[in-house]
Design a binder for this molecule. Structure first.
Ligand code: NAD
Length: 486
């Protein structure tokens, strides 16, 4: 961990590097992107091992959510960066011609990226790809809760990437807090709502723009049986609940909503799916990640300790404290005022809430903060339309879970309490760029009506020009149209 003095020196060095203009060139950007690919490729065995030991991630999960995601993002950035950087030309009103205009993407400067622990590699490297593509210098602060992944990044980024432009500063909340005191040109934060508020307050001191990638409770609606294929749906829900870091995912399914009459069938099908995916014995959950640490293990156990909640367990509920494993657990209708229904669960506990009519799910969702992701399993087009128009969320996915994260053409980000700003693909480039409006006029054709002294002719000229009434303008100029009085 660096002391405060080292931090200041690091930030100053990054500012000097940015000022030198080195990071603006496309060659530098591409060389750094290629270096990330090399880093991943040459150290992937080490990475698989780290993710397995730190989070219990199976290599398939590690490839899908971390290594593969990062490689895919670099490949896309390398193939699109020239186009992303190219100025975007456009039209101007006739009134200002002859002139040209363009939108020029410029880097923001020195940026800070703070990550969380659940996807400790991709949630740091994915935003970094955006920051480099856009030509910034960067400080990365990985989460202290995945310390081995954090030190992997600190050691290797220094070796593979330009250390005068990209630095990793390790540490926990104190270091994070110290970093937040500096003036940044952008802060990109992934983490909880609580810390997101602190980040935004610190950023306000310097009027620094922020992207907040936060969390919350993501619901999954299961429509009536004829309207949803239950076998496919339960597999996809199970994947979105237990299949990504054991439910410790910001866009994992937090709870389900279903009509009362279909609840038993849904639960039975979920149980079958869990057994197919993971077998019977909680200690043999080789295909599921573990809980990150004892604190979060106890937090999840406490959620179930409330007797009113414990009574609602219909499947699972066992804990292996030594290995920090919690069995996939299903609860039916826990009290709505219980903590489990009011905090983000971030673990393998799945409450199922029953409703008389599935349309009530909309009111239920709207009674809570706007979620990062909303899932609905339905073939009913009217219901889909109603969900889209009557609810608000970072994203909506019909008939699947989580896969929106891997689609580069879809922006990833929240709304309301689930955060703001977005990234992935071109959106990552935009998140770290300022699109500068550039207008260039020629010295020819100086238009008198723009300048005082004012009269009715000039007013009429401007009225016609602002209404794009070019026929009227020509008539006015030829003296065939009289100006109206003001
Ligand atoms: P967290 O907010 O506790 O920590 C995130 C980062 O902030 C860490 O690097 C940590 O060191 C730092 N931090 C912690 N306390 C701080 C403080 N007081 N001041 C300054 N910095 C501080 O979150 P977490 O436990 O790492 O992650 C879980 C949360 O993140 C969940 O709410 C989850 O939904 C959310 N999340 C969101 C996304 C997304 O893309 N939207 C992705 C992953 C996780």
């Amino acid at each position: 961990m660096e002391d405060d003095h080292g931090m200041r020196r690091s930030v100053e060095e990054l500012r000097q590097t940015f000022k030198s203009g080195k990071t603006r060139g496309v060659d530098w950007r591409k060389s750094q992107l290629r270096a990330i690919l090399r880093l991943i490729e040459e150290n992937k065995d080490n990475l698989y091992q780290l993710l397995q030991s730190e989070l219990g991630k199976h290599p398939v999960e590690s490839y899908r959510d971390e290594i593969g995601i990062v490689k895919k993002s670099v490949d896309l950035a390398l193939s699109c960066i020239d186009q992303w950087m190219s100025p975007k030309k456009g039209w101007l009103p006739l009134l200002f011609l002859p002139a040209s205009r363009k939108l020029l993407s410029e880097p923001l400067g020195v940026v800070l990226i703070i990550g969380s622990w659940n996807f400790p590699i991709s949630l740091i490297l994915d935003p970094l790809i955006g920051a480099i593509s856009a030509g910034n210098t960067v400080v990365l602060k990985p989460s202290e809760l995945a310390p081995n992944c954090s030190s992997f990044l600190a050691k290797l980024l220094r070796v593979y990437l330009d250390s005068k432009a990209i630095k990793v500063i390790e540490g926990g909340r104190e270091v994070s807090n110290q970093l937040l005191q500096y003036k940044w040109d952008k802060i990109f934060f992934t983490g909880s709502v609580k810390v997101g508020k602190l980040v935004m307050a610190a950023a306000a001191n310097h009027l620094t723009p922020v992207t907040l990638e936060l969390g919350g409770k993501c619901p999954a609606i299961f429509d009536s049986l004829p309207n949803a294929d239950i076998k496919v749906a339960t597999k996809r829900v199970a994947s979105g609940k237990w299949g990504a870091c054991c439910g410790q995912a910001c866009i994992g399914v937090d709870y389900m909503l279903v009509e009362q009459k279909f609840a038993t069938t849904l639960i039975e099908e979920l149980k079958k799916t869990i057994k197919t995916f993971y077998g019977d014995d909680v200690r043999n959950l080789k295909n599921m990640s573990k809980i990150i640490n004892k604190f979060h293990f106890d937090r999840l156990r406490n959620l179930l300790e409330d007797p009113a909640v414990a009574n609602c367990i219909v499947y699972g509920g066992s804990f292996d404290e030594k290995n920090l494993i919690i069995e996939p657990t299903i609860l039916l209708d826990p009290p709505l005022d219980a903590e489990i229904m009011n905090e983000e669960i971030f673990g393998p506990l799945l409450p199922i809430i029953t409703l008389d009519n599935i349309k009530e799910s909309i009111e239920f969702i709207n009674s809570k903060s706007k979620p990062l992701a909303l899932y609905a399993f339905t073939k009913n087009e009217n219901f889909k339309k109603q969900i889209l128009t009557e609810t608000s969320s970072g994203s909506v996915t019909f008939n699947d879970t989580m896969i929106q994260f891997a689609c580069d053409d879809l922006p990833f980000g929240g709304v309301g309490q689930s955060g703001f700003g977005r990234y992935h693909g071109k959106y990552s480039f935009d998140a770290f760029s300022h699109e500068k409006a550039v207008l260039e006029r020629s010295f020819y054709f100086e238009l008198d009506p723009r300048h005082p002294p004012w009269n009715n002719y000039k007013l009429e000229f401007l009225r016609l020009a602002y209404n794009y009434d070019y026929v009227g303008l020509v008539l006015l100029l030829l003296g065939l149209k009289k100006p109206l009085s003001s």
